[in-house]
Design a binder for this molecule. Structure first.
Ligand code: NCD
Length: 358
């Protein structure tokens, strides 16, 4: 049983709760000074096992702007991780030093693994190529501020839809609002994982898949460009083959709607020409700034909401079944219970969502 307000996946909160956090972020953005003391005396730990600029610094700036303090590392080789400490021990200890723990990790399902042992609230700041819910809150706030709504949208997502964790969390979230449809632009190798497509279908939302940006550019209200995730490829040759496959240029922007917005979680590599930055429809720098306000709202919400006691693992424990995803946290954190949701002919890993055929 867990008694904390964790955000491991967007579905840890309900849609009305997402809306509440977004509304709070709008209020904070309008008058940040009114919130300058809200977390006085509180400590947030940021444990970043993977590189980050925006997520880490916006979380830290958010806590400082709320009057709180921060501890943590941004390079695990400077911590006891370098001496071979497992995730459990690091989290167990750091969570007793802090009130809220924000973690980014290379392994899929690591945030759930951390929440299982933590003695404070845990926020997932990205677990490998799996999920990134706080980027999604940033993206929802940006849509709300730029387009005024989270429903009735045609959203085009372009690039690395396979490994792009921001895409996974965003598609899952936008599927929950009425009448959103998705145009998925990727090569077949970089297509959206089928479990995310199933989430779209389960909400009765519509999606189409195309190979080129040219086929999609005229339609969307929002175009979400993403970087090809070099660090997630098993072969450098595959990355080299795919790295420049999509590029949004000024020339392509001529065909887009006049009120379309371009979003990108950043960092950008080559997928948006720098000349696009001057187009008023380029919303990605505003989006990155929104990330700080939404994280202020999330921290405040997490710290002030009465936690609901609930189990973190809902499935069946199968000690003899191993998850087949080589990037799953259960591969290295051997003490974790092998927990799966039973869907008849498949078992779904509760950490990383990998499907195992029985
Ligand atoms: C993204 C991430 O880390 O997943 N960046 C971010 O958090 N804003 C996107 C990326 O790295 O491509």
């Amino acid at each position: 049983m867990n008694n904390f307000n964790n955000l491991v996946d967007m579905d840890d909160y309900t849609v009305p709760q997402w809306n509440e956090i977004i509304a709070l972020a709008e209020k904070i953005k309008a008058a940040p000074e009114d919130y300058a003391d809200k977390c006085r005396g509180k400590i947030m730990a940021t444990l970043f096992y993977e590189p980050s600029t925006r997520t880490q610094m916006s979380f830290q700036a958010a806590m400082i702007r709320l009057g709180g303090n921060i501890i943590g590392f941004d390079n695990p080789s400077n911590s006891s991780v370098a001496k071979g400490e497992n995730l459990k021990d690091t989290i167990k200890i750091v969570s007793t030093y802090s009130d809220i723990l924000v973690m980014r990790h290379t392994q899929e399902g690591s945030a759930k693994a951390a929440a299982l042992v933590a003695d404070c609230h845990v926020i997932n700041a990205g677990d490998g190529g799996h999920l990134h819910p706080t980027q999604t809150l940033t993206d929802l706030l940006t849509l709300k501020l730029e387009l005024g709504r989270l429903d009735n949208l045609t959203v085009c997502l372009c690039g690395d839809l396979k490994y792009g964790r921001t895409v996974h969390s965003l598609v899952k979230a936008l599927s929950c609002y009425p009448n959103n449809r998705f145009v998925l632009v990727s090569t077949p190798d970089l297509a959206l994982p089928s479990y995310i497509k199933d989430v779209i279908r389960a909400h009765g939302a519509d999606f189409t898949e195309v190979n080129t940006l040219d086929e999609a550019i005229r339609e969307p209200d929002m175009l979400y460009m993403t970087r090809i995730q070099r660090e997630r490829f098993s072969s450098e040759a595959d990355y080299e083959r795919l790295k420049d496959v999509y590029c949004l240029t000024k020339a392509k922007m001529q065909y887009a709607k006049k009120d379309m917005i371009v979003m990108h979680p950043l960092p950008r590599v080559n997928e948006i020409e720098v000349a696009v930055d001057d187009d008023p429809r380029a919303a990605y720098f505003r989006q990155a700034n929104n990330g700080m306000y939404v994280r202020m709202a999330l921290i405040l919400y997490t710290m002030t909401r009465e936690p609901k006691i609930k189990p973190l693992l809902l499935g069946e424990i199968h000690p003899t079944v191993a998850c087949t995803n080589p990037k799953c946290v259960t591969q290295t954190e051997k003490y974790l219970p092998h927990s799966f949701i039973n869907r008849g002919d498949i078992l779904v890993c509760e950490y990383c969502d990998e499907r195992i055929l029985l």
